[in-house]
Write a protein that binds this ligand. Sequence first.
Ligand code: CMP
Length: 228
Amino acid sequence: MNLPDEVAGSLLFAGVDRTGLEIAAQALRPLSFGPGQRVFEAGEDGHALYIIQRGKVKISHCNLDGKEKMLAYLTSGKIFGEMSLVDGSPRSATATAVESTVLYALYAEEYWSLINRYPRIAHNLARILAQRLREMNHEVEVLTFEESRGKVAYALLKLYRQEYGRETARGRLLELTQRELSDLAGTSRETVTRVLGEFQRRGYLSSEKGQIEVYDPAGLENVLYDLE
Ligand code: CMP
């Protein structure tokens, strides 16, 4: 079996040669999920990491008051579930397929034998974790200090930097609803609608039902750093 391009092209396999990819293909198990179906729940034991071939996965967490906090939306080529695999602790968040989704699971045993032969894969996983930690440090700052425009700008930039969605001639097309964006930004739907309208007038993006095309990430960054 050959790995699909989206999986072979994930950061986890950066710098791994063809033979390594063939061995990885033997170790990975494809799994399908329907819209709304759970991949796993926060608190469960975790024995696998997952690479998204296609579809969309929501990573979320329930606060003590039962409110769902959105941590991320992930699409093709992205990885999740690596934290429990690495440290053996329970799942830190819940993963749910938002639409029809195909994942490739790498179970712990296969992971260990793969990184024994290809230590590069373990290093790549460390890179993924380092990126997430950087993002989180930034996020703590933004969520503590920024007003709602900054929160929306930040959520859009985060998706942009994670290469969510797809590249277009003018920028990047993010396929997500205003509801999803407001959950991610931690603001109300009404605020997102108002702020997107403003960003559109400024030429940073255009927004239509279920999709936002970002043209000017630098403009969004200026919102964040009050440089407009
Ligand atoms: P794990 O703890 O095994 O299960 C939940 C997964 O969600 C976790 O691994 C990460 O892969 C992912 N995850 C947790 N927090 C975040 C976050 N803030 N952004 C993106 N992904 C996350």
